[in-house]
Design a protein around this ligand. Structure first.
Ligand code: BG6
Length: 504
């Protein structure tokens, strides 16, 4: 088998498969999955044996469904200024599209799916659960009782589970237990779309292919690490989902911990699923479990109030649709966590994420320890500015070292300079939703970029103390839309004599 991170140059089309999209009328299918399938088809990575079958409760004909998908893709592409849907590519993809109307909780739906597989000419099937999370265990159980998860040497059966995977440690463990009753770990593909991002995969590749990184990648040279996922969007149409989720559950145990794991994990023995996932689970498992008091002291909850971004006046969170006017749900969270292993002991990892912040910016900043000052004592250099490595995940993908250099002239003065690499200067970036890689890997049986049960549970174990602390005190601090979180978020670092890297 080839592996996600090393296969690119000779990727073969995925094998014939029936791909069932549960929740076919939902937002995820429209905005991300179908455009990703189209991109894969255009890049020659889906053979003609791929059949896409929507499953949902609304009534619609096969042709009507295919037409809807075409509209979704056109809208998505147009939104990005691209009006060039290739009719030949689309018609080849559309040939395999059909629809099953059914209730997810009704056994007859699963009989209809069995009939579709029997018709397809291949026993391979992927069941993609793009549904509300409350259906995950029920659908899995029913797929199991209908015999649809039984594999043979010739035919695989796989289940893709979207996030949120549980809402705390207990529910994540229960969901894992339920899935593992009806299928094996090898059949489960737990998605975190951050792992589909090229820049996220590049963290591993750069760290482990350039030997210089290993020399300073530890607590001897690194003072602390900052991981930020700042968004300018608000909750949009997802108020009722977000009210029960909040920024911590929505972003931390999944996306931010994936970034943390990529930065902090030990080198795997190979870029295969077991080795990579084993190292990731280990490092997330080494995050120190705070007591409830420590969790309170090391976390900040914020919520956006009315404000403006780029001159546009924006409502506060409590004024959004389907949000309670006195809601205490957090739209911003900042945390400090410690990793108790040999490489990282004593190095804080500060994490923050928020909606309606000043700019969209997902970045990892590795801050180096200062050099000794003594040698500069008799010069005009008053202090040595911090130096760091910035890994920009989005939107301006790349990596930059921010270092110090001598300013030309007779006096010894210094300035910060940048050594960097921008993706766009070296590589042609294909249009991508981040889901292309993940869908392709699932179809080809590569689990490297999917979360294993222990990784998910270790993530929830690390955030559980914050959830417990907030259950006792759900105070949320307001910040105006367009600000980078509440003041307390800054203080989480200033009290440690550090500052957040400036966004944007
Ligand atoms: C999703 C969250 O998983 O990730 C959203 O549910 C968030 O709330 C999104 O906006 C961010 O993804 P990206 O790829 O835009 O950083």
């Amino acid at each position: 088998m080839t592996h996600a991170i090393r296969r690119k140059s000779k990727a073969e089309p995925a094998p014939p498969t029936t791909l069932f999209l549960f929740g076919a009328h939902g937002d995820l299918v429209k905005r991300l999955l179908v455009p990703a399938l189209y991109n894969l088809k255009r890049n020659g990575l889906l053979g003609d044996g791929l059949r896409i079958i929507g499953v949902d409760h609304n009534a619609i004909s096969d042709e009507g469904f295919a037409q809807k998908l075409e509209e979704f893709i056109r809208n998505e592409m147009a939104g990005k200024g691209d009006h060039t849907l290739d009719p030949a590519v689309w018609s080849r993809l559309a040939k395999g599209i059909s629809y099953v109307q059914g209730d997810f909780l009704d056994d007859s739906t699963y009989q209809a799916l069995a009939a579709k597989i029997a018709d397809s000419g291949t026993g391979n099937a992927v069941f993609y659960l793009a549904t509300a999370p409350r259906f995950f265990s029920e659908v899995a159980r029913r797929l199991g009782s209908a015999g649809l998860l039984e594999e043979t040497p010739e035919a695989f059966r796989r289940v893709v589970i979207e996030k949120p995977f549980g809402s705390d440690l207990h529910t994540a463990e229960a969901l894992n237990a339920c899935l593992l009753k009806v299928m094996t770990e090898k059949q489960i593909y737990r998605i975190d779309h951050y792992l589909g991002k090229e820049t996220v995969q590049n963290i591993l590749v750069s760290r482990f292919s350039n030997s210089l990184f290993e020399a300073f990648w530890n607590n001897h040279y690194i003072d602390h690490v900052q991981i930020t996922a700042a968004e300018t969007v608000g909750v949009e149409t997802r108020g009722s989902f977000y009210e029960h989720t909040g920024a911590l559950r929505d972003m931390v145990p999944n996306h931010l911990f994936q970034l943390l794991a990529m930065v902090a994990m030990e080198p795997p023995a190979a870029f295969g699923a077991d080795a990579v996932r084993g190292e990731k689970a280990k490092v997330v498992g080494a995050i120190r479990p705070w007591t409830v008091e420590e969790a309170r002291a090391n976390s900040v909850r914020g919520q956006y109030a009315a404000g403006e971004i780029d001159g546009n006046a924006l409502p506060g969170y409590r004024e959004e649709n389907n949000v309670a006017p006195d809601s205490n749900t957090e739209t911003y969270v900042a945390l400090k966590v410690m990793i108790d292993n040999w490489r990282w002991v004593g190095v804080p990892f500060y994490l923050r994420t928020g909606k309606r912040m000043s700019v969209r910016d997902t970045e990892i900043v590795i801050c180096f320890k200062p050099a000794p000052y003594a040698q500069f004592r008799d010069t005009e250099v008053d202090e040595l500015q911090p130096t760091y490595l910035r890994i920009q995940i989005q939107p301006n993908e790349g990596m930059w070292f921010d270092l110090l250099a001598k300013r030309p002239g007779q006096a010894l003065k210094m300035d910060n300079i940048e050594l960097g690499f921008a993706y766009k200067d070296f590589f042609e970036m294909q249009p991508s939703t981040g889901y292309e890689t993940l869908i392709y890997d699932c179809l080809t049986g590569d689990q490297t970029l999917f979360q294993r049960a222990d990784n998910i549970e270790n993530g929830w174990r690390a955030v559980q103390p914050f959830l417990d602390a907030w259950q006792q005190d759900s105070t949320v601090q307001q910040y105006a839309a367009g600000e980078n979180g509440p003041k307390a978020g800054e203080e989480l670092l200033t009290r440690d004599c550090r500052v957040w890297h400036r966004l944007g």
